[in-house]
Design a protein around this ligand. Structure first.
Ligand code: RP5
Length: 162
């Protein structure tokens, strides 16, 4: 099981790391790169050739500001691409969100929330789970644990105010 995570700058790293951690926790091999679509376009295309040939099942691409990266990545593969708009500019991530979500028909990017790295990882896992039953089972176990803890929180709130 293999995924690629690409970010536009090392300044994005702290906002992208949660996705890497979650994928690794589930046992997915993650190839991480910092390759800006604007500043390192040739290197990005080289890496995308590798991604298309090495058994990668899903790509997460995260960028801030003009955020061309997820769209450019999507233009070079038919693998599912998940885009993560990042905050940090004076427009606080709205710039990146608008850029990533507005793809032309035929070149989709599945866009998550601003700084939504965790959900990018969970969506990547759900894509991987279509083929890998162990990931599907692990996701279902974690959903059950999540529900238990949500119901426990409900009981605590109920007890406090009744
Ligand atoms: C984008 O420009 C990067 O993804 C980053 O979020 C933003 C600023 O990059 P740096 O100037 O911090 O390298 O391409």
């Amino acid at each position: 099981m293999k995924a690629a995570v690409i970010m536009g700058s090392t300044s994005d790293l702290a906002k992208v790391e949660p996705a890497i951690d979650i994928l690794k926790k589930y046992g997915v091999e993650v190839n991480v790169r910092c390759l800006s679509a604007h500043r390192a376009h040739a290197g990005l295309s080289e890496f995308m050739k590798e991604v298309n040939e090495n058994g990668t099942e899903v790509v997460i691409a995260a960028a801030g500001m003009a955020a061309a990266l997820p769209g450019v990545v999507a233009s070079q593969t038919v693998l599912p691409v998940i885009g993560v708009p990042l905050s940090g500019s004076v427009l606080d991530g709205m710039d990146a969100l608008m850029s990533i979500v507005q793809m032309p028909p035929g070149i989709p990017v599945a866009t998550v929330a601003i700084n939504g790295s965790k959900n990018a990882a969970y969506l990547a896992l759900q894509i991987i789970a279509v083929k890998h039953d162990e990931i599907r089972k692990a996701l279902l176990d974690d959903r059950r644990a999540m529900e238990e803890s949500a119901m426990k929180a409900n009981e605590e709130v109920q007890a406090k105010y009744s």
